[in-house]
Ligand binder design. Structure first.
Ligand code: AMP
Length: 563
């Protein structure tokens, strides 16, 4: 039985060292020494996850709940904890400092500073928290958290609280855990990687590697009702470059909707969102149609759900999301936001994984088992190397209100979770926006000394003020990040925890995928997937884009639907 304190020490060590090779060794040594049950748990804990990604379970611990549990354990006010989080910018550090107060007071009462709680017990308390529901569940959750905090040292509380919010902040990603498993149990990294793709569960992979070695890993397979990660797409430079890279391509419309993975297990249909959340209950009409259309006992399919407006064109993405998140009034919403489903891939049928078959083969199998119905269709696909034909398909997709086209390598395998060169997307280039940077946020872990995210605003010339439209952190390379940090350090007006406010001096050129209506930002609009293109050193803050231009671009992008 391993103490949670040992796990906390591993995290502490990793936090202190910069190199990934050393990190891999620390993790692999730890994985090798713990027992089987602990191995399953730690394979998730070390990435800040309490449960595997395919699982419906999540801790479901909001910040207030956590602050309350910390405050009660430490005998201080919730507001004190909140202030500490704001000042320290980290719930872990706030929990540690809060509990230190308690420890000081309790020393005289022989309060134990040493941990006496095991990894398994921590996991089991989190499971209790995740499964408690209904009346009294909030207090049950707080009690469980209080129990945990009362039985760990302040240093361990750092990781208990970070696990509670599933953000361990020690910079350990899937790749590192994969390498550590391979090293700990002396198996090929590729086999570990493959096992992970099929099971979506590093715990299962670690246990199999330990108990059954390479042979066991090769036998791992996809399981129905355990979602696998979605295969992802890359942006292509142009149709020409895609064809010159791949040759003949399988061309499909890039539907403007949301991804779903469908699992049919006899009469039982389950739908998972792109983030692998179970969204079945909010989409009953799709479940019904799938039951009518799919002619196989067990099957896993990939597709895109589109919300269709009265004009026959896709509704904006946020409308569609209202369907995905809905718990009540589902019947009424079916009429307000009707859905269609376009199926484009198949990964599994009747006990057999199909991911190692080429796309063309998978597509043939898919076609045999799907019966096109109104609102549920097999996505049309053309295999061609003719750029003129592709251009025509692209234009037809755009005029139907969709996003563009996907150009897929016909011989490619289905690679879960991978953003490779086998699926390329072609989309129109959006006009860019020049926006003033009015705030920022310090990074995390190894990037804590850099300003990693920047708050963007457009101008409201009438009221002589700035209106927020979003934040950007993508598209900035390491060198730029250092340079930007140096420049913006001179412009800080206020600093609260990790949040910074700047004098509005610098203008960024920003690319994005879409402008959405949003109540989160004062402009009333938000940029979807904003990307930094560069500093517009030639522009002064007064020359930045205005709210009127944001509005115009919103209308121009053609996603305004007729309700
Ligand atoms: P992006 O979200 O821009 O990275 O583009 C990839 C997404 O396009 C996928 O995750 C799907 O949700 C969506 N998509 C729409 N049509 C297709 C299609 N025919 N094949 C694959 N993905 C598609």
């Amino acid at each position: 039985m391993t103490d949670f304190s040992e796990f906390a020490q591993v995290c502490q060590k990793i936090e202190k060292i910069p190199g990934s090779i050393e990190t891999t060794s620390i993790i692999s040594d730890f994985l090798a020494q713990i027992d089987d049950d602990e191995l399953y748990i730690v394979a998730h804990f070390i990435r800040g996850k309490v449960f595997p990604q395919w699982s419906d379970l999540e801790p479901g611990i909001g910040p207030n709940l956590l602050y309350t549990a910390i405050a009660r354990t430490a005998g201080i006010k919730v507001l004190d904890v909140k202030n500490m989080v704001r000042d320290l910018g980290d719930i872990g550090a706030a929990a540690r400092d809060s509990l230190k107060k308690k420890t000081q007071v309790s020393f005289s009462a022989f309060f134990k500073e040493e941990s006496s709680i095991s990894i398994k017990e921590v996991h089991s308390r989190f499971s209790d928290i995740a499964t408690s529901s209904g009346r009294g569940s909030q207090s049950a959750k707080i009690r469980n958290l209080q129990y945990l905090f009362s039985n760990v040292s302040p240093e361990e509380a750092v990781y208990i609280s970070r696990l509670a919010v599933e953000e361990l902040r020690i910079g350990v990603g899937e790749g590192l855990v994969r390498d550590a498993i391979a090293k700990a149990f002396n198996v090929d990294t590729e086999l570990v990687e493959r096992g992970y793709m099929l099971t979506n569960d590093l715990g299962t992979v670690a246990l199999t590697a330990r108990k059954e070695g390479a042979k066991g890993l090769s036998n791992l397979n996809i399981k129905i009702n355990r979602p696998i990660k979605m295969m992802l797409a890359q942006i292509a430079e142009s149709i020409e470059s895609a064809v010159s890279d791949i040759g003949e391509v399988a061309v499909e419309w890039k539907f403007d909707g949301a991804r779903v993975q469908i699992h049919k297990d006899y009469d039982h249909i389950t739908l998972y969102s792109r983030r692998l959340e179970n969204v079945t209950n909010s989409l009953p009409e799709l479940v019904k149609k799938l039951k009518q259309s799919v002619g196989a006992e067990q099957i896993i399919l990939d597709g895109e759900v589109v919300a269709v407006g009265r004009n026959g064109k896709p509704m904006p993405f946020q409308q569609l999301l209202r369907r995905f998140r809905r718990k009540y009034d589902i019947q009424q919403m079916q009429e307000e936001i009707p859905l269609t489903l376009n199926l484009f891939d198949i990964m599994y049928i009747n006990g057999r994984s199909l991911i190692d078959l080429p796309l063309t083969e998978r597509r043939k199998i898919l076609a045999v088992h799907i019966q096109n119905l109104e609102g549920l269709t097999l996505a049309e696909q053309n295999i061609t190397g003719d750029t003129g034909t592709i251009q025509r398909i692209y234009e037809s997709a755009l005029s139907a209100g969709h996003e563009g086209v996907m150009l897929k390598n016909p011989s490619s395998l289905y690679t879960p979770g991978k953003r490779g060169k086998n699926w390329l997307k072609i989309k129109p280039i959006m006009e860019t926006l020049d926006l003033v940077v009015v705030g920022g946020e310090w990074g995390e872990g190894r990037r804590a000394h850099l300003i990693g995210s920047y708050t963007l605003a457009c101008l409201d010339t009438e009221n002589n003020t700035h209106l927020y439209v979003g934040k950007v952190g993508t598209g900035i390379d390491d060198k730029q990040l250092k340079e930007l940090t140096l420049s913006f350090k001179q412009l800080v007006i206020t600093e609260k925890g990790k949040e910074l406010q700047f004098e509005p001096r610098i203008v960024f050129e920003i690319a994005y995928e879409e402008i959405q209506k949003s109540s989160n930002y004062s402009a009333g609009y938000a940029l979807r997937f904003p990307r930094f293109l560069g500093v517009r050193a030639d522009k002064s803050p007064q020359d930045a884009d205005t709210i009127e231009r944001v509005e115009q671009l919103y209308i121009k992008q053609g996603t305004v639907y007729i309700p």
